[in-house]
Design a protein around this ligand. Structure first.
Ligand SMILES: N[C@@H](CCCC[NH3+])C(=O)O
Ligand SMILES: [Zn+2]
Length: 461
């Protein structure tokens, strides 16, 4: 545990250039929250070493406080629900397909290969690529990624059309994801086809892809604004001819978790193949919807790094894993290389020129920073008091903010101990009052706090 603010050399340099005295993360937002967040996101690995991880165990041992271990994970799988897949799911990582549809995205071949390798190293089950008929370069890139020999399976995403399917199967992919709009909106204003045409066409495409010995998924588009009877009949028909997965897509981000649960549970009773789900985030439901889909029995979830995609994107990879980690830590930590998440997100953020949000799941600047005195005290005794995710599992560090008017004496005493300055509880409280007085005027940087502590200690001698 680090008793400091998230800051780093880049951050200091930025402040120096902007002539801001001794930067800390409270001041930096005046330069733009996003900028501060971005630097701070990277800062954690470069931050000065002193940790208090050890200190918290000493506190525990010394006080003899028994650890609070809940008897069973209350957020874990319901053992009597045999259809739930919250502890057995696959990720279809679509940064190189849905993510390419993000307004700022442009990935050249080299970048696509770098991203594909990083996703593979992270351990995603599938990597989905832009349709090879989108452009000549897209087709060549798809072939190049297929030749990398990744552990993740490589998929490409096509319209439900024989012309697309013929090109897709020649690229060397492990599977083809077929999609067609089924809502009234898309049937009327997009492709203009009726349900009979859709079923016949889907049958032809699926049989063709299957004949090539690779996986095939059939997804409707705009599923939540499609007629339920139409949808279920379509899924039943494609399941019967042996599709590997059917897909549900909340293309406009309108679905609620309860609607998702109901549709997936119903579908689970209608098809025997796997069920993939794809959620847009227009109304902030994409993570909750993905979780509910798994609870209802979906087997595959589409994600993209940082959630990039059309409009404001889809379920972010990191967010889904944060959620699922709480549900089944063992499953998630053993399957995915969580310590690579930050590098993966930085790679995408750089590629599409966005900042990592300050409140991003896991890697955000403040994701593991504790500030109020009450929080800091408990965190120092046992991090589980105010953390459901263990930062170390994600290669992240925990911070305790010690330079604000909200800072408590326990945090100040811990900081003093890190500096090798012994204070009694009464002295720590007195010094904390001084710090609070100063912090009432200005937020303090770590150096300021240390200076006050050293002076206070020297005056005692
Ligand atoms: N981006 C499309 C594709 C859906 C396919 C599902 N994997 C949508 O949101 O509808
Ligand atoms: Zn989408």
């Amino acid at each position: 545990m680090r008793l400091s603010f998230p800051r780093n050399r880049a951050c200091q340099e930025l402040s120096r250039r902007l002539q801001i005295r001794n930067s800390n993360y409270v001041r930096i937002p005046s330069l733009g929250v996003a900028q501060a967040a971005r630097f701070s996101t990277r800062s954690t690995s470069m931050a000065p070493k002193p940790t208090i991880a050890k200190m918290s165990s000493i506190v525990d041992e010394a006080s003899g406080t028994p650890s609070v271990v809940p008897p069973r994970n209350p957020y874990g799988p319901n053992p009597s629900d045999f259809l739930s897949r919250v502890n057995n799911f696959s990720i279809i990582e679509s940064t190189l397909r849905e993510g390419e549809q993000f307004a700022n995205s442009f990935f050249d071949t080299e970048k696509k290969i770098e991203i594909a390798k990083a996703l593979d190293e992270f351990g995603v089950d599938y990597i989905e690529l832009t349709s090879p008929v989108a452009s000549e370069q897209s087709r060549r890139d798809c072939e190049a990624i297929c030749k990398l020999g990744l552990k993740s399976k490589v998929l490409t995403h096509i319209r439900c059309h024989m012309d697309d399917a013929r090109v897709a199967v020649e690229t060397g992919v492990d599977g083809v994801d077929v999609v067609i709009g089924t809502s009234q909106y898309l049937r009327k204003y997009s492709h203009g086809k009726d349900m009979t045409y859709i079923i016949n066409n889907a049958t032809e495409v699926i049989n063709y892809v299957k004949s090539k010995g690779i996986e095939v998924r059939f997804s409707s588009e705009d599923s939540f604004r499609s007629d339920l009877v139409d949808l279920l009949s379509l899924y039943k028909a494609v399941d019967k001819i042996g599709v590997n997965r059917v897909g549900i897509a909340d293309t406009v981000g309108c679905a609620t978790p309860r609607q998702v649960y109901d549709l997936v549970r119903t579908l689970r009773g209608v098809v025997s193949c796997d069920i993939e789900c794809h959620f847009h985030n227009d109304t902030g439901m994409a993570i909750a919807n993905a979780y509910c889909a798994l609870e209802a029995g979906a087997t595959h979830i589409d994600t993209s790094v940082l959630g990039i995609g059309e409009r404001n994107g889809i379920t972010p990879l990191g967010a889904l894993l944060a959620r699922m980690y709480v549900t089944d830590r063992e499953y998630v930590t053993s399957k995915y290389n969580l310590k690579k998440l930050r590098d993966l997100e930085n790679l995408i953020a750089d590629s599409v020129q966005v900042q990592i949000p300050f409140n991003n799941y896991i890697t955000g600047m403040s994701a593991f920073t504790h500030k109020a005195g009450i929080h800091a005290k408990a965190i120092l005794a046992n991090p589980s008091t105010y953390e459901i995710l263990r930062p170390e599992d994600f290669g992240m560090s925990r911070y305790v903010h010690v330079g604000s008017r909200l800072t408590g004496w326990n945090a100040i005493k811990s900081r003093a101990e890190q500096l090798n300055l012994h204070l009694t509880d009464a002295q720590a409280k007195e010094c904390t009052n001084k710090i609070k007085q100063l912090a009432d005027v200005n937020s303090l940087a770590m150096d300021d706090v240390d200076r006050v502590l050293r002076q206070f200690h020297a005056d005692l001698q």
